[in-house]
Design a protein around this ligand. Structure first.
Ligand SMILES: [Ca+2]
Ligand SMILES: [Ca+2]
Length: 414
């Protein structure tokens, strides 16, 4: 049959037969191993790899609603709950949601895959995960517009037309552009359509810190048909998440600070770019007020736009979204949730959490943790990458270490 479908429920459907897939088994073994490492005391014997690996005859969801992930260790404010939307998206990175409710998820490594995740019955648990593309070059970025899914590889933007209706038989992609640099260092991309209808595509610095051609360390934008590319923002080291304020239409974006300036320097950044042509400092000025020791000579931080909010040093702030759903309390309305993937260039780890930045007008006034607990001691069992507000107002959070999408919901106290 022409259908090329993988449903990531621990099975591959082949010619109408169902049999355990090698991947499903490996995933089960990995999850079991992760739990062995992370679940800690007491229950290790009850969760042996053997019992998990032998389980694929049943739906992983019905037998283990938490998919073996230690959700109990996550802490959220009063009234919020977190659950597993799906634990079957290996390397889950950036997300986009179609109006029909299909969640598309990019990845950065492994098979170069893009996944489509569907909650068929609307109960807050996605039962169907399909691989709609594979073999791509770090297809981290996904954006949906006018019936098509746009996917960002390192140097190309691809477009899959009519994708929602063809999840079981995805169309061949149209190449929107193949004109981005091929550098894999900071080459994976977050992409999104702005309120102006243009597709925003960042190009990270091809280095930790360096001067480079103008296309690098920028956020570009281009028309949906691939024409008209221009640089919108300069001096951006590596942004992997942005969104536009629902009322002002202004662009806000995270940016990852450089490495090797010490444990507490520089901060990661949340920036605001209300107009084209602004310069956010890299590589000359880091974090708004730190003249770079290698590239700062002859420059002044006053010449560049400082962050709207300094974030933790090395937290690796990635995806961010304004909350515009109806489920959370009013105090969260139009505030920013951002995913902190977690540090590597620091002697003690920080990040590995979802944070909240509160705004007053167009000013950031606070920065606080919203979900913590993926980091336990010195080991992180999960790493948040992106956040997405679902149609029902729940907040979806992707995790490329656990291969999971979480669903954060709120219900008022009794
Ligand atoms: Ca469901
Ligand atoms: Ca900056």
């Amino acid at each position: 049959m022409g259908t090329w479908l993988r449903q990531r429920t621990g099975f591959e459907r082949i010619g109408g037969m169902r049999r355990p897939s090698a991947r499903g088994t490996i995933l089960a073994l990995l999850l079991a191993g992760l739990c062995f490492l992370a679940c800690g005391q007491g229950d290790g014997a009850a969760r042996s790899a053997g019992s998990s690996a032998a389980a694929p005859a049943a739906s992983p969801r019905s037998s283990t609603p938490d998919a073996g992930l230690p959700l109990d260790s996550l802490e959220l404010p009063q009234g919020f709950e977190i659950s597993i939307y799906t634990a079957n998206v290996p390397g889950a990175r950036s997300m986009t949601l179609s109006p029909a409710g299909v969640l598309y998820v990019g990845t950065r490594d492994r098979d170069g895959s893009v996944y489509a995740v569907v909650d068929d019955d609307g109960d807050g648990v996605a039962e169907t995960v399909r691989e709609v593309a594979s073999g791509l070059n770090m297809p981290n970025g996904v954006a949906w517009r006018d019936g098509s899914l746009y996917v960002a590889e390192v140097s190309r933007i691809l477009r899959y037309d009519g994708i929602d209706e063809r999840l079981d038989d995805p169309p061949r992609p149209v190449v929107v552009t193949d004109d981005y640099p091929g550098d894999r260092h900071h080459g994976w991309k977050f992409i999104a359509f702005g309120p102006d209808g243009w597709l925003y595509v960042p190009v990270g610095a091809p280095c930790n810190v360096c001067e480079s051609a103008p296309i690098y360390a920028s956020i570009t934008r281009l028309r949906a048909d691939g024409t008209g590319r221009e640089v919108y923002a300069h001096g951006v080291r590596n942004t992997v998440g942005f969104d536009w304020h629902p009322q002002t239409g202004e662009l806000w974006f995270t940016d990852n600070g450089r490495d090797w300036l010490g444990d507490d320097s520089p901060p990661d950044e949340l920036n605001r770019a209300p107009e084209a042509g602004m310069h956010f400092g890299f590589p000359y000025c880091q974090g708004g007020d730190i003249l770079d020791p290698e590239f700062g000579a002859g420059h002044a931080c006053a010449g560049y736009t400082p962050p709207a909010q300094k974030l933790g040093p090395h937290v690796a702030a990635l995806g961010m979204r304004f909350y515009d759903g109806a489920m959370f309390p009013a105090e969260y309305h139009h505030q920013i949730f951002l995913a902190e993937h977690g540090s590597w260039n620091r002697s003690s780890k920080i990040g590995y959490r979802v944070s909240l930045v509160r705004l007053e007008g167009n000013r950031a006034v606070s920065y606080e943790p919203f979900i913590t607990g993926w980091l336990r001691g010195t080991e992180a069992w999960g790493r948040p990458v992106d956040v997405q507000v679902a149609a029902d107002g729940a907040l979806l959070v992707s995790d490329d270490r656990a291969g999971a999408i979480y669903r954060v919901s709120y219900s008022a106290e009794d």
